[in-house]
Design a binder for this molecule. Structure first.
Ligand code: COA
Length: 336
């Protein structure tokens, strides 16, 4: 972080993006061989056909976070030493100390950067983006890397068919840079949490943290536990609410934005919100078919794929939306 910049409202631009997924694929046919399930059941309930899975013997969350960061630096023409701050949204870092952010900062030679991880589950990328943007806008940093990265395969119990089929591994990164035009950047952001609902989606490390009503749950300690129906209800309601709020507060309509970049949780959750708000399918990118739900990795991965495909139209606003464990939710609306 720096003390040599003029403080005050600055504009912020996303000057480059990058993403990374492992080479390993776990298909619905693989699951059908491992447990009592079918391609048809998974596809129909979730929209997922396959997910990317790390080789955890030699790789981890930081492998993907670093790759996404290196690709974003290359796309933006920024050198590692120019970074003032690296934020990694993740719940699956290999170690709690060091943070993934500090570890990859050291690996790539980002010797002028502060670095920390942020835990907001599937909202990890959006929380990081909103906080990173606010720091650049306030003039406290010139160049910030925000990353969402999760190695979900490291916290999945692959004997549980209702949870394991949903998740994959991925990372996405955006490089934020200060701009002289204060009108560019995030024009609206919202972040929320409701801790009273945490037991719908959690990763217990000790028995003492398991709620009595979930004590019969056979999923191993250290693995993700989920009440699918409860999460589904929360996600359908919250996704719609967060989108409505972002449109209302900015005065934008779905026609005004080039893309709504949304967390890839379940195709039925995405379709439900899209239909209720009458958003054209071409405006909501969906890649869940190939990557599943990659938690904090998902929104950054979508943003990078959209950017590289030229779908984030310069001069047009775009919107990002996520929701997940915590329970948490977030939106971010950008003027380019
Ligand atoms: N294959 C076949 N059957 C399965 C199965 C699988 N992979 N997983 C669960 N089932 C069975 C259940 O055992 C149950 O059987 P029963 O009726 O004999 O008890 C039946 O299917 C229905 O289970 P249910 O949990 O009610 O299914 P569902 O329609 O709610 O779908 C989810 C399950 C997980 C797909 C769905 O609840 C969901 O997507 N929830 C949101 C999850 C999410 O998005 N999490 C991340 C948020 S960021």
């Amino acid at each position: 972080m720096r003390n040599d910049l003029p403080s005050g409202a600055r504009g912020v631009r996303i000057i480059g993006t990058g993403s990374a997924v492992p080479e390993g694929r776990l298909t619905n046919a693989d699951f059908a061989r491992m447990m009592d399930t079918t391609d048809e059941w998974i596809k129909q309930r979730t929209g997922i056909s396959e997910r990317r899975i790390l080789d955890l013997r030699t790789q981890g969350c930081s492998t993907l976070a670093r790759l996404a960061l290196e690709r974003a630096l290359e796309a933006s023409g920024v050198k590692a030493e120019e970074l003032d701050l690296i934020i990694v949204g993740t719940v699956t870092g290999e170690m709690t100390c060091p943070s993934v952010a500090a570890r990859i900062a050291g690996e790539i030679g980002a010797k002028n950067a502060a670095a920390f991880d942020l835990g907001a589950a599937c909202c990890g990328f959006l929380y990081s983006l909103n906080i990173g943007e606010s720091i650049v806008r306030a003039g406290r940093a010139r160049t910030v890397a925000v990353i969402g990265a999760d190695a979900m395969s490291s916290i999945i119990d692959y004997t549980d068919r209702s949870v394991s089929i949903l998740f994959g591994d991925a990372a996405g990164c955006a490089i934020l840079r200060s701009d002289d035009d204060p009108s560019v950047g995030c024009i609206y952001q919202h972040m929320g949490a409701d801790g009273s609902g945490w037991h719908a989606l959690y990763i217990p490390r000790r028995e003492a943290d398991v709620p009595v009503e979930d004590s019969a749950n056979p999923i191993r300690l250290g693995c993700l536990r989920m009440n699918g129906k409860e999460v589904f209800r929360f996600a359908v309601t919250k996704f719609k609410e967060v989108l409505e709020d972002a449109f209302a507060k900015t005065g934008l309509t779905p026609d005004d934005v080039s893309q709504v970049v949304c967390h890839q949780s379940n195709i039925r959750i995405i379709d439900s919100a899209r239909e209720k708000l009458n958003i054209d399918p071409s405006k909501i990118f969906v890649n869940i078919d190939y990557y599943g739900n990659s938690s904090a990795g998902s929104v950054g991965l979508c943003l990078d794929q959209l950017s590289r495909a030229g779908k984030i139209t310069p001069g047009k606003p775009f919107m990002l939306v996520a929701f997940g464990g915590g329970l948490t939710w977030a939106s971010s609306v950008w003027k380019t």
